[in-house]
Design a protein. Structure first.
Length: 195
């Protein structure tokens, strides 16, 4: 298990209503992955309902699992270690995703298409979080490079980490595009718009 998983599990165990926790990355070997947290509540009658908010206050957005599932106990192997192979996410579980809202602007549409292809998801809505959809730090760098190329705009990598939803990224990029247009002469702006 790598350090991010340990850090995430340690953060989960700080929650007063969680007794045990394991985090796994689910997805295709070379495709998009999503983090899934399996938690065992302290009290089966009082399952924690604020896990996402709790983790968001402690960890960067890309480390917050898109799905958390409650178990009575963690499955163990014969030697007493957690049996990660036995941790299965039902196919109908889609995560803590907000309701789908389609792209509204050309920039949102361009970003949605990029993310959809990169992350291997059918559709990306404006409230979708890049990291909750399965993105990681390497994919974030690739996404920023694609956005730079598509928009001919200098975009720091922090933009995606600080603004992980499609709507927020689009808003930052639209503001940068407007600022760039305002700095151009009328002729330069007309040339750019006619391309």
């Amino acid at each position: 298990m790598d350090r991010p998983h340990r850090r995430l599990e340690a953060a989960l165990l700080q929650h007063p209503d969680i007794r045990a926790a394991v985090v796994v990355a689910q997805g295709e070997p070379r495709g998009a992955k999503r983090l899934v947290a399996f938690v065992v509540p302290q009290d089966r009658q009082k399952a924690p309902d604020d896990v996402r908010e709790f983790l968001t206050a402690k960890l960067p957005a890309y480390m917050v699992p898109s799905v958390h599932l409650e178990l009575g106990e963690l499955p163990l192997t014969g030697n007493g270690k957690v049996d990660r192979q036995a941790l299965v996410v039902p196919e109908d579980v889609v995560g803590d995703a907000p309701a789908f809202v389609a792209s509204r602007t050309p920039v949102e549409k361009a970003i949605a298409e990029m993310w959809s292809g990169m992350l291997g998801v059918e559709r990306v809505g404006v409230h979708d979080n890049f990291f909750a959809l399965g993105g990681d730090s390497l994919m974030a760098m690739r996404a920023v490079l694609q956005m730079r190329k598509a928009l001919s705009l200098e975009i720091p990598i922090r933009v995606l980490f600080d603004n992980p939803t499609l709507a927020d990224v689009a808003l930052v990029l639209e503001d940068r595009l407007l600022a760039e247009l305002e700095g151009m002469s009328d002729e330069e702006a007309q040339t750019l718009l006619s391309d």
